[in-house]
Design a protein around this ligand. Structure first.
Ligand SMILES: Nc1ncnc2c1ncn2[C@@H]1O[C@H](COP(=O)(O)OP(=O)(O)OP(=O)(O)O)[C@@H](O)[C@H]1O
Ligand SMILES: [Mg+2]
Length: 327
């Protein structure tokens, strides 16, 4: 199954300031503040929703097609993604803007000063899925958080092409208009939200729960430590519990990893319940690691988790698809 993953590609630059911001900020001089903080640690983490999801799909043995916009600085990140099975041929490289970047400095009190530069993401709408589809036919287009115009554009292109699409508006819901939300969701084969976003979506779109279900194939709502719920019109709700007792190191990217596991299992034509189980198992891997692409998929350990939490039958369904994956 050929999945185009559209959405953001970004890096996080995390710095530690070995002092306190309050000691540097002079209350009577704030009108012409000019400060430079000497930081003693800089960590660069790879991220961006589309890149995270593609990384997970690649790790599970698919060859996802990443479709997002980056800057000329993408080189090293691209090598990393390719090494993890991601097809980067549809990535758009801006000539003028750098790859989106989150810069955050944290002091000893855990106070933060941060900036987010959207950069090349603003040009994501230039990716033409029709041309991509003409080269190699797509089976699914995932529309994840991105430049809002690009999200609408890619959804429309998928509709025009008759390719099923999955709506994953997530954190971009906050800045989408009601009309945009309705455009992104209407006719989606899959809709992904977390619990908060499910309420925000209904409010923004001015649709009831039943209205939404009448417009999508299935609505997948992740519930944090409670797991996941899948609703479909006229069908009983499916619930799957999360992996218990995970030592949570860093929650960044749990939602993205869930989508990787869920979509990979669907590409193997597994039932929805089993797809949600693999999604939860992938989320648990990310939760136990620091960063959203620092986990490694060990097929045997992943299968063990599935067997322990969801039982032998569940493991028997997933097992054959993980076999042959490098451990
Ligand atoms: N504390 C936890 N323990 C075990 N699994 C968890 C925990 N928190 C999240 N998960 C797993 O991750 C999945 C997604 O979590 P959640 O609903 O918090 O996503 P999210 O809010 O979109 O996260 P984010 O946007 O920060 O990536 C859940 O369905 C669950 O399987
Ligand atoms: Mg999320």
């Amino acid at each position: 199954m050929r999945i185009a993953v559209t959405g953001s590609i970004a890096t996080d630059h995390l710095m530690a300031f070995p002092g306190r911001f309050v000691d540097q900020l002079l209350p009577d001089q704030l009108e012409h503040v000019s400060l430079s903080f000497l930081v003693d640690a800089l960590e660069v983490r790879r991220g961006g929703v589309a890149a995270n999801i593609a990384y997970g799909l690649g790790g599970l043995g698919l060859v996802p097609l990443l479709a997002g916009a980056v800057g000329p600085d993408f080189g090293e990140y691209e090598v990393w993604l390719k090494e993890h099975g991601v097809d980067t041929s549809a990535v758009y490289v801006s000539a003028e803007r750098q790859t989106a970047r989150f810069m955050c400095m944290t002091d000893q009190d855990s106070n933060q000063i941060a900036s987010f530069y959207a950069g090349a993401m603003a040009e994501a709408g230039r990716i033409d899925l029709r041309a991509v589809h003409a080269r190699t036919p797509l089976d699914l287009v995932l529309v994840s958080p991105n430049d809002p115009g690009a999200m609408v554009h890619h959804t429309e292109q998928a509709r025009e092409l008759g390719v099923p699409f999955a709506a994953d508006p997530s954190q971009q819901l906050a800045r989408l208009s009601g009309a945009e939300v309705r455009q992104l969701v209407d006719g989606a084969r899959w809709l992904f939200t977390n619990e908060y976003e499910s309420a925000l979506l209904r409010e923004r779109a001015e649709w009831s729960h039943a209205d939404v279900l009448g417009r999508v194939g299935a609505w997948v709502t992740t519930l944090g430590a409670q797991g996941v719920r899948i609703d479909r019109a006229g069908e009983p709700t499916i619930t799957v519990r999360a992996v218990p007792d995970v030592t949570a190191e860093d929650p960044t990217g749990v939602g993205d990893a869930f989508r990787s596991g869920f979509l990979a299992a669907l590409s193997w034509q597994l039932p929805l319940e089993n797809a949600a189980q693999l999604g939860c198992a992938m989320s648990a891997l990310v939760l136990a690691a620091v960063g959203s692409q620092s986990y490694e998929i060990q097929p045997a350990a992943l299968l063990d988790t599935i067997r322990t939490v969801y039982g032998d039958d569940a493991a028997a369904l997933v097992g054959p698809h993980l076999q042959g994956r490098p451990s």
